[in-house]
Design a protein around this ligand. Structure first.
Ligand SMILES: O=C(O)CCC(=O)C(=O)O
Length: 269
């Protein structure tokens, strides 16, 4: 099943300049449902099936927190929060045909590449993550984004179920190359000391505002990889599922997202 190409405004035009500007200035953009119910249902069904296969292959095998402690097929991003990679083909979609491609390519270029996709599922009762960025700045000066993440709600996600929280404009402040008080590994790997406050230290700069909103099924949160964000705790009694599609500028090859060198499928019990 591959959806025909459409855009965020639904009228066949390029993404609105206002959306591009918002993404560049705030570092994120929450869009109302851009996927139809059938597509959301397919993404959710594929996610369920893959989660079940991989979590049962994992069984009681040890797995730590973070990408290096995980497996090719599953990473525990924080306690009870599971990242299971799923390719666009496995999802039954074409990454460039997704409704956000116009916006993503306006920022990363028409030759941008799909880098990762999958589902992040948080168990009932799982705690909030520590604030983190997904990849580091690449220059001392503030450059346009080199990577963009799209998180798609696969069902309604009220606040109590823990949507992703973003620190407004924090991509301008998370540059460890221009701010030596920031420790790169404490930004990109989750660290309890990393907060919006540490980005400004004792300067006059305003602390980036933490923003989290409930998400309706099919809506998506699009954010710059350098933005400080975190998944909130799931206080509901159901798992929370978001699909993600990540894109990078052509030529950007850093990968701190998946660093495992073992397979849970091939591992011996
Ligand atoms: O679960 C979420 O909402 C966000 C997950 C995330 O940012 C991560 O694991 O890197």
């Amino acid at each position: 099943m591959s959806k025909s190409r459409s855009d965020l405004t639904g009228n066949g035009c390029a993404p609105k300049a206002e959306q591009i500007q918002r993404l560049e200035s705030d570092g994120f953009l929450l869009l109302p449902p851009v996927l139809d119910a059938d597509t959301v249902a397919t993404l959710l069904a594929v996610s369920h099936e893959r989660l079940q296969t991989i979590r049962s292959a994992l069984g009681t095998k040890e797995i730590g927190i973070g990408s290096a402690a995980g497996y090719d097929e599953i990473v525990q991003r924080s306690p009870g929060r599971w990242d299971v990679p799923i390719t666009p083909q496995q999802f039954g979609v074409v990454d460039r045909d997704m409704p956000w491609w116009g916006l993503v390519s306006a920022i990363l270029g028409e030759d941008a590449e799909h880098s990762f996709s999958g589902v992040v599922s948080s168990d009932p009762g799982s705690p909030p993550q520590h604030w983190h960025t997904d990849s580091p700045h690449v220059a001392r000066d503030h450059l346009p984004a080199h990577a963009i993440n799209v998180m798609v709600a696969l069902h309604d996600i009220p606040l109590a179920m823990g949507p992703t929280e973003c620190a407004l404009g924090s991509h301008f402040l998370s540059n460890h190359l221009s701010n030596p008080s920031l420790v790169l590994n404490e930004l990109i790997y989750q660290h309890e000391g990393t907060t919006p406050e540490i980005l400004v230290g004792d300067t006059e700069t305003e602390i980036p505002e933490a923003c989290a909103q409930a998400m309706a099924a099919g809506s998506c949160l699009i954010f710059d990889d350098r933005l400080l964000h975190r998944g909130l705790g799931n206080q509901s009694n159901k798992p929370r599922h978001v699909a993600y599609f990540a894109y990078r500028k052509n030529g950007y090859t850093e990968n701190t997202h998946f660093e495992a060198s073992r397979s849970v499928i091939q591992a011996h019990p």
